[in-house]
Design a protein around this ligand. Structure first.
Ligand code: G3P
Length: 218
């Protein structure tokens, strides 16, 4: 049985703390754009994150060749045992995934837009694959259907690689990804907030506070 886990898609330690405090956070995905906004070094940021979340922290490499990716990956992996290396879906990326798996370093293959890409990444030894729902929707292709297709294929072939539903833009994507069998949904902080909210919940709270007030006044 798949139990959907939530990752947060940010390197913002305050947002990470907010979601961790809700007790729903199992990991973090980051990219370079996110580190660029932080005053601390990437290593410090990653150490801070590891102090808050006891789960995968996905960090990307910048090299485009396998040798460079592996070199970067090994130094990133040395920062903390929970670091997972984000590798792009390319032939060089697959070579890096294969070499890193042999050295016990977990990888998450990113920029997955087809089931065949996911299959190759899994066979190369990726611990995770990240299909991008929102970016497929952007070009009028059903992103959620890709999650379901990968899930069916991995199920038929007993592939243990976990599927991270990425490029999630709104709460409907989250429930759709859950129904499609994603193992993980990685969400921007705003989507966590949006998931909590419902106008009837707010109205219900207002109503029982008003009832309490009435009761107090006797
Ligand atoms: O999880 C991947 C995410 O960072 C990309 O999201 O909205 O740029 O497609 P987006």
């Amino acid at each position: 049985m798949t139990v959907l886990k939530f990752f947060i898609d940010t390197a913002d330690i305050d947002d990470i703390r907010r979601v961790a405090a809700m007790g729903v956070l199992s990991g973090v995905t980051t990219n370079h754009r996110m580190f660029a906004k932080r005053p601390k070094s990437a290593v410090e940021v990653l150490q801070d994150i590891a102090g808050v979340v006891d789960g995968p922290i996905v960090v990307e490499v910048v090299s485009l060749d396998a040798v460079g990716m592996v070199e970067e990956a090994l130094s990133l992996a040395a920062i903390h045992k929970n670091i997972v290396i984000k590798v792009p879906m390319t032939i060089e990326g697959m070579k890096a995934v294969h070499r890193l798996a042999a050295q016990g370093v977990r990888t998450a293959v990113t920029l997955i837009f087809s089931a065949n890409q996911a299959l190759l990444a899994a066979r190369a030894g990726a611990a995770f694959v990240s299909p991008f729902i929102g970016r497929l929707d952007d070009i009028s292709v059903d992103g959620v259907e890709l999650i379901a297709e990968i899930g069916r294929i991995f199920g038929i072939h007993g592939i243990a690689t976990e599927v991270i539903a990425a490029s999630i833009r709104h709460p409907i994507h989250v429930s759709q990804a859950a129904k499609a069998g994603a193992h993980i949904a990685t969400l921007p902080y705003l989507v966590f907030e949006q998931m909590v909210k419902h106008p009837l919940t707010d109205r219900g709270i207002e109503r029982y506070l008003a009832d309490w007030d009435t009761l107090q006044k006797g």
